[in-house]
Design a protein around this ligand. Sequence first.
Ligand code: MEV
Length: 312
Amino acid sequence: SQKAEGKAHGKVILIGEHSVVYDKPAIAIPFPVVNVTATIEENYTANHSIYINSKYYDGLLINAPEELSGIKACVEETFYLLNAKPKNICITISSTIPSGRGLGSSAAVAHAIVRAIFNHFDASLSKDIQMHLVQIAETHAHGNPSGIDMEATYSDAPIWFQKGKKTKALEIGSPLHLIVADSGRFGDTKTAVESIRSLYLKHPGPTRSSIDLLGEYTVECAHSLSTGDLHRIGELMNLAQIELTKLGVSDDRLEQFIQVARKNDALGAKLTGGGRGGCILALAENEQHAISLSHALKEAGAPRTWTSRLDG
Ligand code: MEV
């Protein structure tokens, strides 16, 4: 039996989550401290079928539970596109990206699987095809995703993302020391996105202003990133958190951790990703500060934290 592999990394959104759904720009950062590997093994002795082996499910792909319907559709389309017949293939997914935490788990898993299948068949994979295939999985997972997760889990550089426009890599003027803390609660992005949609229908004026402000903060943040103005980036993160709270996607636990980060001199702190559970993101002055922030957040009850340094 031969083995083919595909890998992908997680992501964090620095600023612009949710407003990105309403055509505003957003900035996302690759977060390689968490990642996924998909491995494919072919066993010629059994029937023609595809198996999935993961923490959540181990069995035939056709019998996979609803949560894997996106992966199922994505794998089927990948085989169709390659005009390939599976011969008792087993796809093993091993991931350090927690799911439902806004860290891009669903997009990264799909990227890793698509890469592994193309590697298995020795086929070359363009970015367009990869995005097409991963989007199938993302649409099942998130309903109407902006597409930022699949771009950010693809890119090795921080990205400037706007729906329907070409994604751009961003220049970073000074290294960013980031801390992500898990609230320990599952954050359902689909529900969070839908909740803002209903808020918009009920209170269009204030909802629109929050979305517009988030868009403006994002534009300014890209500028501050390029000049390396860490203090302003932190302030913009804090301002974004105010609007995300108004939009109803923060919660008490996230707010508590954000306060802990700020009391420990974080330059800025906000929720990251869909919110309503999930993770917070804080910006530190330097590596030492990132470590002490991460300790403070753990002491405050965060089950997990990750630190990452991003260079320009
Ligand atoms: C999820 O990482 C980001 C959201 O803006 C949803 C999306 O863009 O699809 C909350």
